[in-house]
Design a protein around this ligand. Structure first.
Ligand code: ZN
Length: 121
C-alpha cells in the first residue's frame, strides 16, 4: 500500500486510501487556512474597487461635473487599477462604460472619459 501524507501537517496518514488528513484537527485547520486565503483575496479586491471608486469620485468632485476627461496616464498615476471593475453599462449614446459602482470610465484614445451614473446620463 502506498504511503499517504496528511496535506496539512505532512505526517503519514494511516487508514483508508482516500484519507487526506491524519485527524479532524488537521482537517479543520486546513479548511480554516483555505478560508483565510479566500478572505484575504476578497479583502484585496474590495479594497482595490473602493480605491478605484474614490479616485473617480475625486476627479469628478474636482471638476464639479457629471462627466469629464482625464489622461489615461494621469489616472494610472493616481493608482487606478483598470482590471478591477464592478460591471458594464451602455450609456444613452451607446458607448460601453466600464463601471466601478456608480462611476464609470470610457477609454477614448489617450484620454479616459469619467462619468457618474444617475447624473446627466
Ligand atoms: Zn495532519
Amino acid at each position: 500500500m502506498p504511503e499517504k501524507f496528511c496535506i496539512f501537517c505532512g505526517e503519514t496518514v494511516l487508514g483508508r486510501i482516500d484519507k487526506k488528513f491524519c485527524d479532524d484537527h488537521c482537517r479543520s485547520s486546513f479548511n480554516n487556512s483555505q478560508h483565510v486565503g479566500l478572505n484575504q483575496k476578497l479583502k484585496e479586491i474590495n479594497l482595490s474597487l473602493k480605491k478605484n471608486r474614490m479616485i473617480l469620485s475625486k476627479i469628478l468632485e474636482a471638476q464639479k461635473l457629471g462627466s469629464t476627461q482625464i489622461l489615461n496616464r494621469k489616472l494610472q498615476e493616481m493608482g487606478f487599477q483598470f482590471k478591477y471593475h464592478t460591471h458594464y453599462e451602455i450609456t444613452t449614446t451607446g458607448e460601453t462604460c466600464v463601471c466601478c459602482y456608480e462611476f464609470g470610465i470610457i477609454p477614448n484614445g489617450d484620454e479616459i472619459k469619467v462619468i457618474k451614473f444617475g447624473e446627466q446620463n
